[in-house]
Design a protein around this ligand. Structure first.
Ligand SMILES: *[C@@H]1O[C@H](CO)[C@@H](O)[C@H](O)[C@H]1NC(C)=O
Ligand SMILES: *[C@@H]1O[C@H](CO)[C@@H](O)[C@H](O)[C@H]1NC(C)=O
Ligand SMILES: *[C@@H]1O[C@H](CO)[C@@H](O)[C@H](O)[C@H]1NC(C)=O
Ligand SMILES: *[C@@H]1O[C@H](CO)[C@@H](O)[C@H](O)[C@H]1NC(C)=O
Ligand SMILES: *[C@@H]1O[C@H](CO)[C@@H](O)[C@H](O)[C@H]1NC(C)=O
Ligand SMILES: *[C@@H]1O[C@H](CO)[C@@H](O)[C@H](O)[C@H]1NC(C)=O
Length: 315
């Protein structure tokens, strides 16, 4: 959490300037634990141990372009190498780091032996949807984390493995997703689709209520004009900032009893039903930078309320 982070501050006054830009990744750090095998580049300077790189290169194999640290024998680091293609992935690799390269295609050939992958980081590359070989991800039956943020995807990747727990697709150009593209993702807890081009129509065709473990849904900076329908009752954090949403349907939150944080700043809300939050268990509510004119019922458990830049005269 950074300095001036809104979660530390309690606001009950209007017109207060709050420094809240793109806050979604803070939720990650705060509420969802990262795995232990976090990327630590220092390992690259520690190669001279007895069971050093060459031991693993020869015994277990490591792609020539990459680095396989002896103290993390199931991880392969290929990030920041100007790679244009995915190297061949050895069979024992579980964590694969390919972020910050110039990769355009995800080819099944590179992964022919890689059946144990749990985590793939392909963020910050140039991957286009039509250059992902069909089914390449779906065959990883142990895959828990897939990072594809900051690429050139135009479509939601499909099919995906049912084992997936965290899917990061932010900062792409995704405007379409196949009907039922998310069916079967029963273990998904976190889905990040911020900074894409998603319109309402795409979400209406998905049955999101089947994502029974989903805790965090990030849809900020898309092209939504209405609230996403049919969300699962497991949801705790919903990020919708910077869309064009103009209303919240009656009883919208009745089906979301666990929702603790709702971030909807920078939308077009003008009028919301007075009782809309009556039964909700919200702890954090951000409705700043909308066009709200009237007061509304503030839920009992609320700790953080942001209403700056609205047109409310008194509450
Ligand atoms: C909203 O989107 C615009 C255009 O994409 C961007 O410049 C701006 O930083 C975004 N604001 C927030 C609060 O995310
Ligand atoms: C994946 O790459 C991103 C950079 O886009 C980085 O922030 C993140 O920490 C990486 N994840 C892991 C687990 O290494
Ligand atoms: C897959 O494994 C086989 C047997 O170890 C090896 O000969 C082959 O080169 C590997 N292929 C790839 C693409 O890694
Ligand atoms: C979902 O997670 C549970 C608990 O970790 C695991 O036992 C199960 O196999 C997973 N389901 C799939 C389809 O991978
Ligand atoms: C969505 O899935 C739920 C649970 O599987 C089911 O009850 C519901 O009928 C589905 N709705 C649609 C519109 O397919
Ligand atoms: C909230 O709901 C309760 C129970 O349904 C009801 O008694 C109460 O009047 C409602 N509060 C407001 C402000 O409408």
């Amino acid at each position: 959490m950074g300095f001036l982070s809104p979660a530390y501050v309690l606001f009950f006054f209007l017109g207060v300037e709050v420094y809240c830009q793109y806050e979604t990744y803070q939720w990650d750090e705060e509420y969802l634990q990262e795995p232990d095998e976090d990327y630590e580049p220092e390992f690259q300077f520690n190669q001279n141990t007895e069971y050093g790189v060459s031991f693993y290169h020869s015994i277990l194999g490591c792609a020539r372009e990459c680095f396989c640290p002896s103290n993390f024998p199931t991880s392969m680091y290929c990030d920041n190498r100007k790679l244009k293609m995915i190297p061949n992935i050895p069979i024992h690799i579980q964590q694969l780091y390919l972020q910050f390269n110039e990769i355009e295609a995800v080819t099944a050939n590179s992964f022919i032996n890689a059946t144990h992958l749990k985590e793939i980081n392909l963020s910050h590359n140039k991957i286009k949807s039509q250059k992902i070989d069909y089914g390449v991800f779906a065959k990883f039956s142990n895959l828990q984390q897939l990072h594809l943020e900051h690429n050139n995807l135009e479509e939601f990747p499909f099919p995906l493995p049912k084992s997936l727990e965290r899917l990061l697709l932010g900062y792409n150009k995704i405007s379409t997703l196949q009907t039922n593209a998310m069916d079967g993702l029963v273990n998904l807890t976190m889905l990040d689709l911020c900074y894409n081009y998603l319109p309402d129509s795409m979400l209406k065709e998905e049955n999101l209520s089947k994502l029974e473990k989903l805790m965090q849904l990030n849809l900020c900076n898309n092209r939504l004009e209405s609230m996403p329908p049919g969300l699962p009752s497991s949801l705790m954090y919903l990020s919708l900032e910077n869309n064009s949403i103009s209303f919240i349907p009656d009883n919208y939150f009745d089906k979301l009893p666990k929702l603790h944080a709702l971030r909807m700043s920078h939308n077009r809300l003008e009028d919301i039903p007075y009782n809309i939050f009556n039964h909700s268990n919200l702890i954090e509510l951000n409705l700043g930078h909308n066009k709200l004119k009237h007061a509304f019922y503030i839920p009992r458990n609320l700790e953080h309320l942001y209403l700056q830049n609205n047109e409310i005269e008194s509450m």
